[in-house]
Design a protein around this ligand. Sequence first.
Ligand SMILES: Nc1nc2c(c(=O)[nH]1)N[C@H]1C(S)=C(S)[C@@H](COP(=O)(O)OP(=O)(O)OC[C@H]3O[C@@H](n4cnc5c(=O)[nH]c(N)nc54)[C@H](O)[C@@H]3O)O[C@H]1N2
Ligand SMILES: Nc1nc2c(c(=O)[nH]1)N[C@H]1C(S)=C(S)[C@@H](COP(=O)(O)OP(=O)(O)OC[C@H]3O[C@@H](n4cnc5c(=O)[nH]c(N)nc54)[C@H](O)[C@@H]3O)O[C@H]1N2
Ligand code: SF4
Ligand SMILES: [Mo]
Length: 766
Amino acid sequence: MSENAKPTACILCNQNCGILVHQDQEGNYTKIIGDKEHPISKGYLCQKATRLNFYQKQNRLTSPLKRKDDGTFEAISWDVAIQEIADELVRIRDTHGGHTIAYAGGGGQGNHMGGVYGSMLRAACDTPYLYSALAQEKTGNFWVNGHLFGRHNTNYCEALHDAEYVMIIGANPIQAHGFPQARPTINEISRNKEKTMVVVDVRKTETAKKADIFMQVKPGKDAFLLAAMLGYLIQNGMENKDFIAKHTVGFEQIKPHFQQVPIAEYATIAGIDENTIKEVANGIVNANTFALRSDLGIEQSHNSTLNAYLARLLFLITGHFNRKGTNCLHNFLFPLIGHSKSAAESGVVTRVTKMQGIGKLFPPNILPQEINTDHPERLRALIVDSTNPVATYANTQAQREAIEMLELSVVIDVAMTETAQAAKYVLPAQTQFEKMESTFFNLEFPRNFYHLRHPISKPLENTLDEPEIYHRIVTAMGEIPKSFPILATIAKMDRRFPKLKLLPLALGMATKVNPKWNKYQLLILKETLGKALPYSYAKAPGAFIWVACQIFTKKYEKQIRRLGYKEKGYALAEKLFDKILNSKSGTLISEHTYEESWDLVRHKDKKVHLEIPEMLQWLDDLPNKQFVAEKRARKYPFNLLAGERRSYNANALFRNPEWRKKDVEGALKIHPDDAAEYHIEKGDWVVCSSNVGSITIKTLITDEVPRGMLSMPHGYGFSYEGHGVRTTGAIVNELTSLEECDPLAKTPYHKNVRVRIEKIEEPVSI
Ligand SMILES: Nc1nc2c(c(=O)[nH]1)N[C@H]1C(S)=C(S)[C@@H](COP(=O)(O)OP(=O)(O)OC[C@H]3O[C@@H](n4cnc5c(=O)[nH]c(N)nc54)[C@H](O)[C@@H]3O)O[C@H]1N2
Ligand SMILES: Nc1nc2c(c(=O)[nH]1)N[C@H]1C(S)=C(S)[C@@H](COP(=O)(O)OP(=O)(O)OC[C@H]3O[C@@H](n4cnc5c(=O)[nH]c(N)nc54)[C@H](O)[C@@H]3O)O[C@H]1N2
Ligand code: SF4
Ligand SMILES: [Mo]
């Protein structure tokens, strides 16, 4: 085993814990340990990271592929693939308009560099349509944040470790993490007698078992629970009046809506004892510090956008915000998302379903409807990068059908995914350990960090990194020249004498002469500055981070210098850039004071705007809301949690089931009494059907789920033997529907899928 363990990060969840990877001579990852030098994870790892060799050594795409008329694929050269794709994009753009082209993905849990340069391809196609997995979970949050704090891309972190009173709602951090060192943090809170941990979940999860107070809420009824809690606080005048006066506007407008909340009735609907609701509300008010963590359990469930609003009100009206030990806004080196204008401000909407973007993202649930129609402005081309819509977007069948209808579909991936199998062109990418990569999941406060990961493995022959793929397509579309010899020479000089600012000056002049180049500045930098950098691999991302550092320094000079930097302005940006390039384990980039977190509010008055009329209306209508799932309950007696985070699933990142040490088939959890009613015994198999489709799945009998509820993981059922058909487990989205989603954000109700089951003999494996 090599003694030279190389630093990088785990790519399996948004924590991106720092890791040190040992390899053998064939490049197998023989040992993976936590990297103590990583500024946030500090050596922490969970069990999944140690199995990353199954990602690196998976069955890879080894050549660009083109689908033939008979449905099979032929290998073609990069040059042919790039030119054909570019020609088709130009044809579709110039004949039907850029708005008939869309882009999906651009990054998963570990790779956001592709997305940055993917925006250059969107610019070349002249399309605003970016579909994202984030728009099937977080866009309701972004929308609410936009109203409360001023922009969709104002985000807060959850300082659970410093809080005296903690509430975790619809999240299972012991399995899913979601904040640094989740397991030790939860264990510490659980053991500490001075701290209280409340968990609100429908299942008795690994996290719930460690709670001081477990509120086992009825599926999809969190809005009632939260409204009851807020109603109790407001009806009893328990809000934090000083905080409200100093930091917020609009409290008087929201107050009457909570004054009329029938607490006892809502408690019954939520399935929670009224006294427990009052106890927790009192606990929050009386605590010095309170922090709240929420995730998919309230995002992919009924009333999800309202849930986002109510959850935020809970810490806002009790004054637990932007202080140590509470939820705090944070900065970004580069914002993960953008801000969309509303319809009233003439923001972009989609052409078929008229969906408005949130955070500049569009939701997977409308994608098939935007394609599979005879609407003249339907989508005709789709570029897919780092996402597998057929398997991970709602309704697998509808997604596949839509993709097969497109005039042009391109999948950029490392593996032959379900979506690739339905596409016209498939382009082989390098893995996240073969190129410079990073994410913008730098979501920490008061000290934020950034980790630019260096490649640790030699790229597989005939694969490319995404920035290069986008560069080639944009060039082949005729938007920019292949190379920039003069700028490249200036870039080399610029690196020797950065103080002279030669490159920014030259770039400014070049874009004045060629205004069209303006929107491709990152690609131009990749070809000029990127090539002048000391690391051959730093080409693309290195160049982009140079720009990010310039912008970041303009905003946060004081906070960067607090880390000990002596420089100012441009020189400080150069220094930070240098530090990032040279810190293979990641580095801190800024340090705020808690008081300064108020500067991160984007409303001009720097106050939180509590009143959101659409949400208050929704709150008033809560008792009258009827969900399709509830209407379907007779025919489909079970509520399925379609997509549980477990110890061996990681979104769609592993295809070969051998990576799993347990739960190889991804079992369907069922309560013992329900199992008895259906004569299901240990290890039995069932067919599970929704109004959309059916799957075959093994059962696991456990009282972790309540009666009437079933739970299955996502991330199963992928084909993995070459481009063949071997699969293990079931694709969860065979059961989920496009229509059952939040009315505002269109985020799916994956945690509320109505199904029925039927026991069968064990299926013969294929
Ligand atoms: N092991 C593992 N970890 C992961 C991932 C993975 O694939 N595998 N994926 C990562 C990603 S992309 C994400 S977004 C996060 C998601 O992380 P989480 O949201 O924490 O994970 P989930 O298991 O999807 O759902 C959270 C909890 O919501 C509960 N729940 C379901 N319905 C309801 C409800 O109506 N009300 C309430 N209060 N709770 C409900 C479920 O029982 C579950 O315990 O995990 C990340 N971490
Ligand atoms: N029913 C149901 N559906 C769900 C969920 C659920 O709970 N229930 N969870 C949802 C959530 S929260 C999320 S975040 C999504 C995740 O869904 P996706 O975003 O689709 O999944 P990922 O696993 O992030 O990435 C998918 C693809 O990236 C490819 N890939 C890996 N590395 C690279 C690389 O370096 N370059 C390129 N080009 N490709 C690469 C992988 O091979 C894989 O095909 O799933 C969602 N879908
Ligand atoms: S999967 Fe585990 S090791 Fe990997 S980033 Fe997430 S918490 Fe860290
Ligand atoms: Mo996610």
